[in-house]
Ligand binder design. Structure first.
Ligand SMILES: [Zn+2]
Length: 379
């Protein structure tokens, strides 16, 4: 019996032992399943790799911001503009690394098409991908056709709804924010690459390469709506631009005049790396009607003031109302400007326009311009 007792106990112990051993993996499994279910979800998101092409991916995901798109009920601009603006306006400007200029043409050309599903690609749109198009080399630089690269320099003033309907001049100078947003979307969709006046200078004076479909976006007078309405859109798309400021008007902005950007805003734009500040004189006079001393002061002192505020050279100038003469050109050169824009109509030719780099033409974007008209002006 003793043996029998032992004989019974031993198998019972062994059985129990076997059962515990076999339960261990199951218990471990239960422990991990339970702990995984209880851990916060955020830990999983952190492990996900960042999207290497965040700007375009986020472009499509952002919701419209009434502030950035302006008056969406404007009947003139409701159709394609309002839709496109809905795709680009951010509710949170900090979402995107947009303060950093997009370094390569491929970065801006590949994304691009935030509204591709809504707007059929036009025949002129540049296909993305590794194969260079006929007007670009393998590095994505523009290739001169007949030795000439034609660069439209767009001229904007106000980005606003014209406040006084009967003011025809104001109407012509005012591009509604939704129209402006549609125009910028169109540029990106159609493969244009915005460059700074300084980059255009380098292309003209020493044949420095330009990206494909180069374009310069200029905004005259330093209006506050550039900061409030145009800048969010430009930042969203990573589009470079140039703002030509009147220094005494910036001083007014500092004194609380809401019509003009103040120096803090101008400094912020400059530091963003996406806006090149140009001079538009001290007080916006007709430079051809001033005494030599007054003319020189307007050209040189405005440059000095801007440089003092920004801490680096100001290389571009814009003639007030497009008015200039030989003496004005001579003073612009003596003041040290490397490039200057008029209101003459036309496209800049690089590098042929080196002899006239201080009197370059622009393409006016008037209020009421349709997208078709906008596209036609660039063609
Ligand atoms: Zn002006």
């Amino acid at each position: 019996m003793e043996q029998g007792k032992h004989g019974v106990r031993r198998p019972a112990k062994a059985w129990l032992h076997t059962r515990w051993v076999s339960l261990v993996p199951a218990l471990i499994l239960i422990f991990f399943v339970a702990s995984a279910a209880m851990s916060p979800r955020t830990t999983q998101a952190v492990d996900e790799p960042a999207d290497p092409i965040t700007p375009p991916a986020q472009l499509t995901a952002l919701s419209p911001s009434p502030d950035a798109v302006g008056n969406a009920t404007d009947p003139v601009t409701l159709t394609p503009a309002a839709f496109i603006a809905g795709g680009l306006a951010a509710t949170n400007d900090e979402v995107q690394p947009s303060a950093t200029p997009l370094p390569l043409p491929t970065m801006t050309s590949t994304p691009a098409v935030p509204t591709a599903t809504a707007i059929p690609p036009t025949p002129t749109s540049t296909p993305s991908g590794p194969t260079p198009t006929p007007d670009q080399d393998a590095a994505g630089n523009a290739q001169p056709v007949d030795g000439t690269i034609r660069v439209p320099v767009l001229m904007y003033h106000y980005i606003r709804i014209n406040p006084v309907a009967s003011d025809r001049l104001g109407y012509g100078l005012s591009v509604p924010p939704t129209d402006f947003a549609a125009q910028m979307a169109w540029l990106v969709q159609n493969g244009y690459h915005a460059v700074f006046p300084s980059e255009l200078t380098a292309a003209i004076t020493r044949a420095a390469p330009l990206p494909t479909k180069p374009i310069v976006l200029t905004f005259d007078d330093g209006y506050r709506d550039f900061y409030d309405k145009a800048w969010p859109v430009l930042k969203q798309y990573g589009l470079k631009s140039s703002s030509a400021v009147i220094t005494s008007f910036a001083d007014k902005g500092d004194r609380g005049d809401l019509s003009y950007m103040n120096w803090n805003m101008i400094g912020e734009l400059d530091r963003s790396g996406l806006v090149e500040i140009a001079s538009h004189t001290l007080s916006h006079p007709d430079l051809t009607r001033l005494s030599p001393g007054q003319r020189w002061a307007e050209l040189s002192q405005s440059k000095d003031l801007i440089e003092r505020h920004l801490g680096h050279p100001c290389v571009a100038f814009v003639y007030p109302s497009g008015r200039y003469d030989g003496a004005t050109l001579a003073d612009a050169k003596r003041a040290g400007y490397q490039i200057a824009f008029t209101t003459n109509d036309g496209k800049v030719r690089a590098p042929q326009d080196s002899g006239t780099i201080l009197q370059l033409p622009r393409v006016r974007v008037a209020g009421g311009t349709t997208i078709a008209g906008f596209a036609k002006n660039l063609g």
